[in-house]
Design a protein around this ligand. Structure first.
Ligand SMILES: [Zn+2]
Length: 352
């Protein structure tokens, strides 16, 4: 697809997505890498359901290094599942995912994070235009709901994320997992359209490398595609565990991060390499998380939607080692320094 053409015409005329209706299973390749290879760029797959008067959307690979959703799509297309209603699957970050050896890049080095582009003002970068095209498709097809399938950057149990709390969002998340994060943090993620447009949830399937995550995505997506109703919780006894308004631990401007079992940074933070074992678990006063050289509040900050709090309200240094001051629940813990730098080290909530 010619990138040059993206800068011409109005947003509604520019189409980066290749439309592919009811793909023949023989055209998909033999595995997910061949499937990825068969995609020439951002792809819109349209599957006809038994009832074509209604439709649902699923998006995946907004981040090129999060393959579980694509595994699920590949598996279900191969099995020629007939959906209950029409299903539209949007797969945007194909180019990033294709960079050898595959599923390594969240986005290409010069690109913006697509899942931070779903809020005005919309620029004219490739990612902004992709976001606008996705919103335009939602507007023209009027789906009853949207799910956006991701992987966590570290290994983690699965969970759903929503910015909007009601029974419809609960039901959508319950198709995949029983953990639900409710957040007011507005970052420009696709799920934030829930408030004005259509019920939308993010599904974090767990670590990108874990087969479990692919399985969870496949089973959840199959339910999403084949169930007559997905916006009401049926006779399942699965009750959701909620986490409200998690805070983000972020590096302060100019600080650096490394991972190791002793202090590696002259000026910055070193987190223990096995810190991701704390995902969805509690940490307390005795749990050493890493090391900080210098002043804690100059190195780290805790952010909530309303602003910034001092890291020293949650953590303390004892002989240069970093400990929680109190019981905290951590999740989305990453050991990828790139993610830690650009996004956050982890999310935390204080248990009630
Ligand atoms: Zn993601």
């Amino acid at each position: 697809m010619a990138v040059g053409s993206l800068h011409q015409g109005s947003s509604t005329e520019m189409e980066q997505f290749r439309y592919w209706k009811n793909p023949d299973p023989d055209d998909l390749g033999e595995n997910v890498y061949e499937f990825l290879d068969s995609l020439t760029g951002p792809t819109h797959i349209h599957l006809s359901g038994q009832d074509s008067s209604r439709c649902r959307f699923a998006t995946t690979l907004l981040h090129g290094n999060e393959p579980s959703g694509l595994h699920a799509v590949f598996t279900l297309l191969k099995r020629q599942i007939t959906p209950a209603i029409d299903i539209h699957i949007l797969i945007p970050s194909v180019d990033a995912a294709k960079q050898a050896p595959g599923f390594i890049y969240r986005m290409l080095p010069h690109q913006k994070d697509l899942n931070r582009c779903f809020q005005p003002p919309y620029g004219d970068s490739e990612q902004d235009l992709l976001a606008k095209e996705i919103l335009h498709k939602l507007d023209s097809y009027h789906p009853e709901c949207v799910i956006d399938i991701h992987n966590t950057s570290g290994s983690s149990p699965s969970f759903g994320v929503t910015t909007f709390m009601d029974a419809k969002h609960d039901a959508l998340v319950s198709l995949f997992t029983h953990r639900m994060i409710v957040t007011d943090i507005k970052l420009g993620a696709l799920m934030e359209i829930s408030e004005n447009l259509v019920p939308t949830v993010t599904i974090e399937c767990g670590g990108a490398q874990d087969r479990e995550s692919h399985l969870l995505a496949t089973e959840g997506l199959e339910r999403y595609m084949t169930q007559e109703e997905v916006l009401t919780i049926g006779h399942t006894d699965m009750s959701l565990e909620f986490f409200h308004n998690p805070l983000r631990l972020e590096l302060k401007e100019g600080s650096e991060i490394a991972y190791g079992d002793h202090c590696l940074m002259d000026d910055g933070v070193t987190l223990l390499p096995d810190i991701e074992n704390h995902n969805f678990g509690y940490v307390d006063k005795p749990d050493r998380l890493g090391f900080v050289s210098g002043n804690l509040d100059d190195t780290l900050a805790v952010k909530n939607p309303l602003g910034e709090q001092k890291a020293s309200q949650f953590f303390e240094l004892r002989d240069g080692a970093l400990y929680p001051m109190d019981r905290l629940k951590l999740f989305m813990v990453t050991t990828n320094p790139e993610i830690a730098r650009k996004d956050c080290l982890f999310y935390l909530v204080r248990p009630n």
